[in-house]
Design a protein around this ligand. Structure first.
Ligand SMILES: [Fe+2]
Length: 295
């Protein structure tokens, strides 16, 4: 049973708003709306926002918003969290207003990442999303994209998202994404997107490895690459094609230090025919890791 339908929104604290504005608009081709309180709201589709960037001293992943269909599913999720002894809070009216959703609840995963489950996101049909680069993003039922969390307690994290929140395992990659550092990454889905969430047990303090945005035209991957090269942004992984979701993508380092994967062409998973797989390589080709420049 899974009430969660998609990755709905993400919230970050950021220390370099100017860097983010340039990176977001010129490389990722997303649009930015400036909120009254100074936050930057990133749009990629009809949703009022998908990523909220709040100015702060330190960069941080503040929350991950998971979308459920309606009030009934939110109630059903609340009932299961209660039955399993997971504390949650009902989001105040003020918080729902800030998130521009009808209702939400707030809880933590075993690693302490703040999760929000919501329904009723505001849609802006009167102000259609216009990409400054002319890009179109693959969202809809597949949600905003995917997020890869650095798991501290990997077993507990996977159990929480699968057994409690109802995500399904798509596959595992056991590999050395970074040479000399073997990893067992779990890829979890809650809709046709191969994974909305992946858990990577990398022994580093960061909470997040990367987020992914998907465009519907392969040439836009090339155009974004050209813009990233021109801007002198660090490429964390070169262009490549992933072994499991078959995404053709490249990764650049955002001004917050985590990567953004920019991709095209991923497979969609059909629940009836899919079976769990294991891969020993991260990519069919490419995706060469490049160490960040020393500061
Ligand atoms: Fe990814």
């Amino acid at each position: 049973m899974s009430e969660i339908k998609a990755l709905g929104y993400l919230g970050f604290s950021i220390s370099d708003p100017k860097g983010w504005r340039d990176y977001a608009e010129n490389i990722l081709g997303v649009s930015i709306t400036d909120d009254d309180n100074g936050d930057m709201l990133i749009r990629i589709d009809s949703y009022a926002w998908r990523i909220r960037l709040t100015n702060a001293e330190h960069d941080n992943l503040d929350y991950v918003g998971w979308e459920v269909s309606d009030q009934r599913d939110l109630e059903s999720l609340k009932a299961r969290l209660t039955a399993e002894g997971v504390d949650f809070e009902v989001g105040s009216e003020e918080l729902a207003k800030a998130r521009q959703v009808k209702e939400l609840i707030v809880f933590s995963d075993p690693d302490g990442t703040r999760c929000e489950a919501f329904y009723g996101p505001l849609q802006m049909t009167n102000k259609p999303f216009v990409s400054p680069r002319g890009f179109r993003f693959v969202t809809g039922e597949q949600g905003l994209g995917h997020i890869v969390l650095i798991s501290k307690d990997h077993v507990a994290q996977e159990a929480f998202y699968t057994q409690l929140l109802g995500f399904k395992v798509s596959d595992y990659i056991n590999t050395e994404v970074i040479p000399g550092k073997p990893l067992n990454i779990s890829f979890l889905r809650c809709n046709g997107r191969h994974h909305s969430l992946a858990l990577a047990p990398v022994p580093i303090p960061a909470k997040i490895a990367h987020i992914m945005l998907q465009v519907d035209d392969i040439d836009d991957v090339g155009r974004a690459m050209d813009a990233a090269e021109k801007a002198g942004v660090h490429f964390s992984f070169t262009l490549g094609r992933h072994s499991n979701d078959e995404m053709l993508s490249f990764y650049t380092m955002s001004p917050s230090g985590f990567d953004v994967e920019f991709g095209w062409g991923a497979i969609e998973v059909d629940d009836d025919s899919w079976h769990v797989k294991v891969h020993h390589v991260n990519s069919a080709w490419g995706h060469k890791f490049q160490r960040p420049p020393r500061k």
